[in-house]
Design a protein around this ligand. Structure first.
Ligand code: HEC
Length: 159
């Protein structure tokens, strides 16, 4: 093999390796390991798209909730106390029950909400910081029913 060919071979190998690392990186970015979200995706789906008419979408909608006055508190309440009753999301009706997750730690709930607020193209509205365990703790002090969480949602004035 000529020197020229050896160096060609070498640079293709380097290129292939670089591509491999790039793909690996892209894959882990997509997966955004959230072991906690694995308990949500059976209903809301790994894509966050939900199931039309059955499980509401989180993708493309959580930011609208964050933007509403009281939206952050409401999101924490959904996880702590569940949600039951008729809701409408982007013109589609849902009448199911969201289970409550009081067994999760404050930081785990904060982590989950940060996950759904930043996945699938979701973003925090400008100027909003990630959820903290302290925020979760203060909602935990309230003790609400799933029906009261629905009332809280109604007050957000969501479309
Ligand atoms: C057994 C199915 C199921 C599981 C598991 C589940 N949810 Fe839900 N979730 C629902 C349903 C159904 C609703 C809507 C309830 C209603 O219609 O009143 C909902 C509502 C919500 C809402 C409020 C959406 C809105 O538009 O107000 C959020 C936020 C949410 N879920 C997040 C999560 C997260 C995070 C997890 C995992 C910890 C999770 N859910 C697990 C079924 C589920």
């Amino acid at each position: 093999m000529s020197n020229h060919n050896v160096s060609r071979l070498f640079s293709s190998a380097v290129l292939l390796m670089a591509l491999g690392f790039y793909l690996l990186g892209a894959q882990s970015a997509m997966a955004q390991a959230s072991p906690l979200y694995s308990q949500c995706q059976g209903c809301h789906q790994p894509t966050g798209a939900g199931v039309p008419g059955v499980f509401p979408p989180l993708a493309g909608y959580t930011p609208a909730i964050l933007e509403a006055k009281g939206g952050r508190e409401y999101l924490i309440q959904v996880l702590l106390y569940g949600l039951q009753g008729s809701i409408s999301v982007k013109g589609a009706k849902y009448q199911g029950a969201m289970p409550a997750y009081p067994q999760l730690k404050d930081e785990e709930i904060a982590g989950l909400l940060n996950h759904i607020s930043t996945q699938w193209g979701n973003k925090f509205p400008a100027g909003q910081k990630p959820f903290t365990a302290a925020e979760v703790k203060s909602q935990r002090a309230k003790t609400m029913t799933a029906a009261q969480v629905l009332e809280a949602r109604d007050k957000l004035g969501l479309k």
